[in-house]
Design a protein around this ligand. Sequence first.
Ligand code: KG4
Ligand code: ZN
Length: 333
Amino acid sequence: MNILGIESSCDETAASVVRDGREVLSNVISSQIAIHTQYGGVVPEIASRKHIENINPVIRQALADAGMTLKDIDAIAVTYGPGLVGALLVGVAAAKALAYASAKPLIPVNHITGHVSANYLEHPDLEPPFLCLIVSGGHTDLVVVKDYGEYEFIGRTRDDAAGEAFDKVARSVGLGYPGGPKIDKEARLGNADAIVFPKAKVADAPYDFSFSGLKSAVLNYQNHARMMGQEINRADLVASFQKAVVDVLVEHTMDAAREYGYRQVALAGGVASNTTLRAEMDRACRERSIELYYPSPIYCTDNAAMIASAGYYEYKKGKSAGWDLNAVPGLRL
Ligand code: KG4
Ligand code: ZN
């Protein structure tokens, strides 16, 4: 079964054709990063306008790269939330128009389910149940993937998402947008043990996360240094911040794997492309003989192949949408 996936929840316009939920036949991503960098973050109105310009060419390219026309597509899957409402609407409207015109089923996909499904694209052996750490710009969740698209929450963030903390800290040290990849790179030049930042624990919720205290500690550190006229070593600062985030992500995931008895762990979301997180999680899993899965960086950040994969499993379960499908910016897992 060939699924055309469409994704436009934030600042990437993407379309992809995936066969049977696992085999990527094409993966087209038009990124708006260069435009939003000028403003230090995603400007929703500009994102929507760019999606409108890009959506048709991107879909056309995804079909062409797969060597297909709409006739070869069995169903159309689209992200309908969570995300920016104006951005989501562009993908949803395009998917509805294509599905209606070609009389194909329309499959609504939760963006976060898409991130989890990115793991199926390159790991044919991975099947639920497994433990998954979802770390993106908007989410930090530790979940058990009980079945395709079925989750049990073990932990979630109480305030900022991990990616959000990366972006805010990057901005505060002048690294700009998008913060995650820039901190990842800069941290390689620094000493992660230079500054000891607090590792937030949430009382009575051992698997929940909290990153706003850490973010404030990084800001306070800078203010204090400025007041004292001390120079800040930026590489040391971001390396130490990154270590504080990664340590807590790894600890919680390993503790949960032990307590719940899972031998398969997967990472999902933009922050899953962080090289230190991957390396530290690799090390921790190897020590415990746990099988670790993560997508290639291109499938960690927003893309439509993950939406097509998730769409395939949703469709197999009999899920499809009517022509009244709407964007749901606050959609939950
Ligand atoms: O999953 P994603 O592409 O979009 C959302 O659904 O949010 O995640 C974007 C987030 C941003 O906060 C970005 O800074 C972060 O993922 N990110 C990273 C890295 N690459 C992207 N964070 C840390 N290290 C990276 N290499
Ligand atoms: Zn995302």
